[in-house]
Design a protein around this ligand. Sequence first.
Ligand SMILES: [Ca+2]
Length: 375
Amino acid sequence: MEKWSLIQLPYAISMRLVIDRYLRPGHTLALSLSLALMLLPPTAEARNPKKPASPPTMLQNPEVVDFIQQMSTKYGFDQSTLSANFENQRPDNRIIRIMAPAPTQLTPNWVAYRDRFVNSRRINRGVQFWDAYSDTLERAAREYGVPQEIIVAIIGVETEYGRNMGSFNVLNALASIGFYGERRREFFQSELEQYLLLARDNNLDLLTTRGSFAGALGIPQFMPSSQRRWGVDFDGNNKVDLIHSPMDAIGSVANFLKSHGWQKDQVATIPVTPPQPLPTDFEKVDVKPGLSLAQYRDAGFVFASPLRESTPATLVSLSSPKAATQNWLGLNNYYVITRYNRSAAYAMSVIELGEAIRQARVASLAATASTTLQE
Ligand SMILES: [Ca+2]
């Protein structure tokens, strides 16, 4: 199988060694080859011609074996129990491909991206989620200073309120990227370490716990290290359970945003009209607010704002192939949302979905109130 060719390299190397050893004066090439073939283990195809060859399991990777040993030394994991969890795991090439650097830059399409999240289904289900957990959301907003609609919208964008928490085995996903991926291996190995600790604390079954292709899990799709660091028990059962407890998910999202610097009662973005043509300095800007509102105004950006002119801001420009580019000035709270996912389109979808849900809920509460009055 072509796609496993790299993984089968050890076989190719052993063939080369055998040939080299026998390809000396006095040996014919034919003899060497036949010797080589005799010495090689039969391939999976030869044993079972109908089935494609399986790639080696993760336990055959010395790096994984080292990792298991370290988990045992550092944290007292039982080596054979842990090894058993990797015994039938094979690297998932779908994940490795998704995580690989994109060969070509995709055309940005804000309109299409936004439609995936800011649509009537996700708005209505957001109102339902808010109604179901209104006391918890109110408490989270009070304790952490994060608006209820932002908490609801993050959970809505991440998993559609817990409906879609991902279909990849978390252990396999983290180990596939961590030991077989093209980049960020260290980060994902460290997430795997955090995940094993989390799984031990929370009795998660390593063979059945599922999450995103990148190993994010639960209702708010926290990476394991984020869950261990920012997860909170918000339903009072002394456990942080982001897979089964929407209340814990609500408290944890609010705590995450507050811990990353959310400022209470501050707007996240201001609509802006940039100067035409856009000065080149502003073509690529970081998500972190770096210039003051005064600097934007001086450069010809037009916007209305009651904020101090020294307030730091960043330009958020989202383009679509068939629609005008939309622009905002992103402020501190915009930046805080990008800590969840470093993407301007993600942050703007959260903000816009949150606002749409808030308005829909106000309308639905008003309708309920008027019906009650009529009765
Ligand atoms: Ca709990």
